[in-house]
Ligand binder design. Structure first.
Ligand code: FAD
Length: 466
């Protein structure tokens, strides 16, 4: 099965790699192989020839050199949460950074350094100990590296921007095995590209971010109505958010009510629409801002309450566990116009899986105040990101739910503005181009030509060298 074990030269290359490697090398014969080749999306089932679980930068450099020497395809893995499973490959080498998970807060400079294998919950745990945070995503087991390199949207984005908007520097192992530092003073072009351009330019081993005050208590949680009232809820919501402060970020989710203790059992499994809030200012101010939404109609349940920010960050964890089968279609829209609302409300009711949770993120605020050309991330003027997600426990019902996701996405196609690169499946070059816009995509191609002319890093939302 493996390319690596076929020739004597390959055997020698593995021996060479193993000689100095500080981390762990895992091959198909090892008992831990299955555990380490699996990624978050259970519908992905690939068999690499070797998994290089790096313990530090030197291991990453050795793993890159090894892949070049042997001609093996290289996949780079940090959190393993790529929707289409781009961090694992068949027959190649997985350069796995998950063991590199150190986090160090520097209170004097109000910054934090995080290695590439850190998960969002680990970062929050260290920073929230001091009432500080980096704006990042909404599920604690997501990898910081992949999320950051695509932009990074989450509960604090309207107040503090994207994750990349707080990035100060990154250490990068290039396709030639060199270690570079990128910041607004060193390798400035690379720094621009890393802030949205994904894993195209090298392997980031460590990030440095600015920290901002958050909580540690915030007013946050879902307000829930029956899904059949979605059109009315969305219209009220659209008008309400036009002048809410940037302290507030909301996400609308259509789904069946999950069987959680906080939800009365008679609601479990019933279709709901929920507006989930996170107010990152004072709880008193938040109460005033959120009141109109919670007084709209007759919510089935209002779970929006003061709580530790880290608890709120974990609220979606149980809805997106490792191993379920996931499929996504995604788009940004410029506004929640009446047709967008009507299509969404009508089609959401056609989902059939009790595990599907379909979020619509509210953008704007601090994201939109950064100039579009300042980073590779594209879509700063979009108002909402639709993440139309189809989820089942395994293959049963997966095709049908995937069809539902595709058809809702297609129905919305007249209103697509752009797409968030981290929410793409493997959808082809044109979609990657759509994610960056034509001008930015061309600039990214030149950068790729400069840093990775052979397209060594190609298992990603790939930008062809040009
Ligand atoms: P991996 O699968 O490890 O990697 C993803 C891609 O990045 C691959 O192409 C990989 O080669 C490349 N890569 C990984 N590490 C490195 C590195 N160190 N250097 C260079 N390239 C690297 N996104 C948001 O913005 N906000 C959210 O709230 C959010 N929530 C999510 C929740 C879940 C449950 C999931 C599955 C995803 C979510 N995402 C979110 C999307 C997420 O940003 C992407 O899936 C991201 O790629 C995950 O990063 P990772 O390190 O876990 O992924």
């Amino acid at each position: 099965m493996t390319q690596i074990l076929q020739t004597a030269a390959d055997q020698l290359a593995v021996k060479d790699l193993a000689a100095g490697f500080r981390g762990e090398l895992v091959v198909p014969a090892d008992p831990a192989y299955d555990e380490h080749r699996r990624v978050w999306n259970g519908s992905i089932n690939r068999h690499p020839a070797i998994i290089a679980r790096c313990a530090g930068v030197a291991d990453v450099i050795e793993a890159v050199r090894f892949a070049r020497r042997t001609g093996l395809t290289a996949a780079v893995r940090s959190g393993g949460h790529s929707f289409p499973g781009l961090s694992v490959c068949d027959g190649g080498v997985v350069i796995d950074l998950s063991l590199m998970n150190g986090v160090r807060v520097d209170l004097a400079s109000r910054t934090v350094r995080a290695q590439a294998g850190v998960r969002l919950g680990e970062l929050d745990r260290e920073t929230q100990a001091f009432g500080l945070a980096v704006p990042a995503g909404i599920v604690t087991h997501t990898g910081l590296a992949g999320l950051t390199l695509g932009g990074g949207i989450g509960w604090l984005m309207r107040k503090y921007g994207l994750t990349v908007d707080q990035l100060i520097s990154a250490e990068v192992v290039t396709a030639s095995g060199d270690l570079l530092r990128a910041s607004d003073r060193e390798n400035v072009d690379l720094f621009w590209g890393l802030r949205g351009g994904g894993g195209n330019f090298g392997i980031v081993t460590e990030f440095e971010f600015s920290l901002n005050p958050v909580g540690p208590e915030v007013l946050a949680g879902p307000i829930i109505w029956p899904m059949e009232q979605s059109a009315g809820v969305l219209r009220f919501y659209r008008d309400w958010i036009t002048d809410v402060p940037d302290d507030l970020t909301t996400i609308v989710v259509h789904r069946m009510a999950p069987p959680l203790e906080v939800i009365p059992s008679e609601l479990h499994g019933s279709p709901i629409v929920t507006v989930i809030c996170c107010y990152a200012g004072s709880v008193e101010d938040g109460e005033k801002v959120i009141r109109p939404m919670r007084e709209f109609g007759s919510p089935l349940l209002d779970l929006c309450a003061p709580k530790p920010f880290v608890d709120h960050q974990a609220m979606f964890d149980a809805s997106f566990p490792e191993g379920w089968w996931y499929y996504f279609r995604s788009c940004n829209v410029a506004a929640l116009t009446d047709p967008v609302i009507d299509i969404t409300a009508e089609r959401a009711q056609q989902m059939t899986s009790s595990l599907t949770a379909f979020p619509i993120f509210q953008l704007g605020g601090a994201i939109s105040r950064v100039g579009d050309d300042e980073t590779a991330y594209h879509g700063r003027r979009a108002a909402h990101t639709f993440n139309i997600n189809a989820t089942t426990a395994g293959s049963d019902g997966f095709d049908e739910e995937r069809e539902w996701s595709r058809s809702l996405w297609t129905a919305l196609s007249p209103y697509h503005s752009s797409v968030y690169v981290n929410f793409l499946m493997e959808e082809g070059q044109q979609r990657v181009r759509d994610a960056y816009g034509a001008a930015k995509y061309d600039r990214l191609r030149l950068l790729k030509q400069q840093y990775d002319p052979d397209n060594f890093f190609r298992l990603n939302q790939n930008i062809a060298p040009g």
